[in-house]
Write a protein that binds this ligand. Structure first.
Ligand code: BV8
Length: 238
């Protein structure tokens, strides 16, 4: 019943946005954060690995952790969920994921609210950015400006999201008829607030997750299942 009802909402929608999290890349073998088995936060303290304070305390440990994640992403391939989304160029992609699997599947103009793990930037924000080879991730090193070290071009806890990217994400979630909420625990703010923003603008909320999440309460339809099974079936445009 529910996947058919979700299919009807999607067929009737003029505008659609997909808001995704780490669960979208999980079938590609990329670690999630909060999954009780294998999630990164079961092994590491997020504040030590994904915050300016953690980087100040032990920058080498942080860069080593990102090197691990970069290897994992570099060896991963887009899965059937990424490809199902890429086949629907009418869906705007807003993702918390910092990997490049949506782009490698063919998605264009992906709005990455938490940044991009395929690049390093100057921690003093001098403007220097370096695209890195995910399979040969560089370690800790100074920015050519000499002011500070280079760090992953992502948003850490306690860091603000980039205003122009945030404004695009808000616009995409405010103006959509259907918001697909895919593979996210919906626990990290302000990103998770995009779901409520969409809801408050009368979007239909369709959640796809293997488990209940912070989005369950406000979902119109919640499809419990793996993204790589559910999305190809849900998005097939007959
Ligand atoms: C901000 C780095 C203010 C990027 C990440 C105390 C101190 C400081 C801040 C705070 C605080 N208390 C609260 C805050 C705010 C904080 C926050 O929300 N904390 C939470 C934990 C309570 N937010 C911030 O700090 C944000 N900044 O507020 O700044 C400010 C404003 C102006 C100026 C200056 C400052 C910044 C948040 C960004 C944090 N960065 N990581 C990186 O390295 O990747 S967090 C991390 O969580 C990732 O970015 C990730 O994107 C994000 C969300 O996680 P999910 O994607 O949802 O992944 P998760 O593992 O949680 O869930 C996976 C889901 O998938 C599960 O539901 C699972 O069931 C499902 N799943 C798994 N497999 C499948 C599946 N579903 C379907 N199919 C499958 N196969």
């Amino acid at each position: 019943m529910t996947i058919e009802a979700a299919g009807r909402l999607i067929a009737e929608a003029n505008t659609m946005t997909c808001f995704s999290g780490a669960g979208l890349s999980a079938p590609s073998g990329v670690g999630t954060f909060r999954d009780p088995v294998g999630g990164w936060w079961t092994k590491y303290d997020p504040m030590k690995m994904a915050s300016p304070e953690g980087f100040a305390e032990d920058p080498r440990l942080v860069m080593d952790w990102y090197a691990q994640r970069r290897h994992q992403i570099g060896n991963a391939e887009p899965n059937a969920a990424h490809r199902a989304l890429a086949a629907r160029m009418d869906i705007t992609q807003v993702t918390q994921n910092t990997d490049d699997l949506l782009q490698r599947a063919g998605c264009r103009n992906v709005i990455q609210v938490h940044g991009d793990i395929t690049a390093d930037r100057c921690h003093a924000n001098c403007g220097h950015v370096e695209t890195i080879d995910l399979l040969k991730p560089p370690g800790l090193r100074r920015c050519p400006c000499g002011q500070h070290a280079l760090r992953p071009d992502v948003v850490w806890f306690g860091e603000g999201l980039l205003p122009d990217i945030w404004n695009k994400a808000e616009a995409a979630c405010r103006q959509c008829d259907v918001l697909l909420v895919v593979g996210t625990g919906a626990e990290v703010y302000p990103a998770a607030g995009l779901i409520t923003l969409a809801r408050n603008h009368n979007s239909h909320i369709i959640v796809v997750n293997t488990n209940p999440s912070g989005a369950s309460e406000i979902a119109d339809i919640e499809l419990i299942g793996s993204v790589d099974d559910v999305l190809p079936a849900l998005l097939k445009s007959d």
